[in-house]
Design a protein around this ligand. Structure first.
Ligand SMILES: NC(=O)c1ccc[n+]([C@@H]2O[C@H](COP(=O)([O-])OP(=O)(O)OC[C@H]3O[C@@H](n4cnc5c(N)ncnc54)[C@H](OP(=O)(O)O)[C@@H]3O)[C@@H](O)[C@H]2O)c1
Length: 160
């Protein structure tokens, strides 16, 4: 990273697993999207060599949903998974104006921490940790590691 600082023709770089958390400690500054999660997936190199980290995993997810015709503003959403991806998506959903956000996680305390962090960081009032998705959800997001392999089960049921 010290070497990249001096590359005059470098505008930035994309960071992938497993370097996202490490990168958050190597850059000079973090924007708001990266500061909450202490995780970075894009670095901009400024002309003076300063490196600033951002996290687009969550905003990218919301943009993808919108591109497929699924608006999240004013919707009731349950987020399943509170790891790195869940963290980024939870903040992005809250900032995109969901009506309420429920967080479900296998390790309950981690889900509770994410819900509290989203509430504090975004001001979303109706956000809490729950046991499972509910029938009145408009959107349920799978942000767990399940789904990476073709024969993985979903971490929740999708019928009724
Ligand atoms: N931009 C992108 O496309 C992008 C970016 C980042 C990640 N991802 C993908 O998102 C997925 C999650 O990544 P991550 O970085 O968030 O991983 P992570 O930080 O390790 O978190 C994993 C999450 O999955 C849950 N989980 C794992 N196994 C489970 C099981 N058998 N049943 C229920 N829950 C389970 C964990 O629950 P516990 O807390 O209980 O362990 C945790 O909430 C990966 O498939 C990754 O490739 C995609």
């Amino acid at each position: 990273m010290e070497g990249l600082r001096g590359w005059l023709n470098l505008s930035g770089l994309i960071v992938s697993i497993p370097h996202k958390e490490t990168m958050a400690r190597l850059v000079d500054d973090l924007d708001e999207t990266a500061a909450h999660s202490m995780s970075v997936n894009a670095v901009r190199r400024h002309p003076d060599g300063r490196l600033v980290g951002a996290m687009f995993d969550g905003t990218g997810f919301v943009a993808g949903l919108r591109a497929q015709g699924h608006e999240v503003a004013a919707r009731k959403v349950t987020l399943v998974g509170a790891g790195g991806a869940g963290h980024a998506i939870g903040f992005a959903l809250a900032r995109a104006g969901v009506a309420r956000l429920h967080v479900v996680n296998r390790t309950r305390e981690r889900g509770e921490r994410l819900a509290a962090s989203v509430a504090e960081g975004t001001g979303l009032v109706d956000v809490r940790s729950v046991d499972a998705p509910s029938p009145d959800d408009d959107i349920v997001v799978n942000a767990t590691s399940l789904g990476l392999k073709p024969d993985d089960p979903l971490p929740f049921t999708v019928d009724g």
